[in-house]
Design a protein. Structure first.
Length: 191
């Protein structure tokens, strides 16, 4: 009976991210029923669906490497931050509009996160360093855009770019801190 309860609890835990992803994908569809401001086509839903599927799959695979709650929360923050960075870059653009070519720098930020995670094989101490390095890449992208004057025109001016850079960098750093906490727990358990 204990095995059945554990298996059922694990199944419920994995259903949460997938259920949230399904609801997130339904939000634009519901919004389209009530406003003309939201006008997604099939490609928009396919791209968002693929991003959500990838995010949930990455979380599910990564969370299996540790039962530590700090690790799982850090991983969740890292993946949600990456998802929103990609989503905002594609949908609205952080630097000017979504068509501004400088928004491709955020693909580099995401590459730092993904390559860092792969290089450290999802180990907590390495993930802490990879997340901190990703925060540095985020700040570098924002600083480069501000120094070049990109995104400084329009109603939002450079404020939107500075605020979003700060928010994303803080989320990457929060993830790094939580991974560091998970590494300490792991080291204490091994001692």
């Amino acid at each position: 009976m204990a095995g059945t309860m554990e298996h059922g609890g694990r199944r419920r835990r994995w259903m949460v991210p997938w259920s949230v992803a399904a609801l997130l994908l339904l939000l634009p569809l519901v919004a389209m029923l009530f406003t003309d401001e939201m006008a997604w086509d099939g490609a928009d839903f396919a791209i968002m669906g693929a991003m959500l599927f990838g995010a949930c799959g990455a979380y599910e695979l990564g969370a299996r490497t540790s039962g530590n709650i700090a690790y799982r929360v850090a991983l969740g923050i890292l993946i949600v931050t990456a998802l929103f960075l990609a989503w905002i870059s594609l949908a609205a653009g952080i630097i000017g509009s979504e068509d501004h070519p400088a928004n491709l720098m955020y693909g580099g930020v995401l590459a730092v996160a993904v390559l860092g995670a792969l290089l450290v094989r999802l180990r907590p101490e390495g993930m802490a360093r990879a997340s901190a390095l990703t925060a540095l890449a985020q700040i570098s992208a924002g600083a480069t855009a501000l120094a070049a004057g990109w995104g400084s025109t329009g109603a939002d001016g450079p404020g939107k770019l500075a605020v979003l850079t700060g928010i994303f960098a803080l989320l990457w750093l929060l993830s790094a801190w939580l991974f560091r906490q998970a590494a300490r727990v792991q080291a204490a358990g091994a001692a």
